[in-house]
Ligand binder design. Structure first.
Ligand SMILES: [Mg+2]
Length: 169
């Protein structure tokens, strides 16, 4: 169980990952979480550095797809603004939304990364699908009350992963 919650890579923000990071790892597609990964929680506006980052990825021909548990309306607006496809109401960590996103991008699990700020949805779901999982720091402290509760569990898991030497700071 613990291993399934362990990300392959940990970084602060999505915008810190360069096209080279992915190309060196033969990653051709990214499934990106929306809330607190690409935009602040519940937001419609996209931070300028994220717009720049998406442009950079597109220029490097890395395919992107938003995969979010949020409702269609907001995910669609952001997907259209960025010009990338999306899967909404994903109910991560279920496998089916990840499968749908892979079908949209046309990439294999071995050449696809899942990026997100939550261990129990983004990382677990990505690991279940054998994707390269990347865990990011939430963009804002604002989030769903349920997520706030889950953060305590994340801390416990992180402590255990560190203790076992599976993850280092
Ligand atoms: Mg999130």
């Amino acid at each position: 169980m613990l291993k399934k919650l362990c990300p392959r890579f940990r970084t602060r923000y999505l915008s810190e990952l360069t096209p080279d990071f992915f190309l060196e790892r033969d990653i051709k597609g990214l499934l990106i979480d929306l809330d607190n990964t690409l935009v602040d929680w519940g937001e419609y506006s996209i931070p300028p550095e994220m717009i720049k980052w998406v442009t950079k990825m597109k220029m490097a021909e890395i395919k992107l797809c938003i995969i979010s548990n949020a409702l269609e309306n907001r995910v669609k607006i952001i997907g259209e603004k960025l010009g990338i496809p999306w899967v909404s109401r994903a109910i991560k960590p279920r496998k089916s939304p990840f499968r749908r996103a892979l079908a949209i991008l046309g990439t294999k699990p071995s050449e696809t990364a899942a990026v997100g700020d939550q261990l129990f949805t983004d990382v677990w779901g990505g690991n279940r699908m054998k994707l390269y999982t990347i865990w990011t720091t939430p963009l804002s402290t604002r989030e769903l009350w349920f997520t706030k509760a889950v953060r305590h569990l994340e801390k416990i898991v992180l402590k255990k992963l560190k203790k076992k030497g599976i993850i280092c700071e």
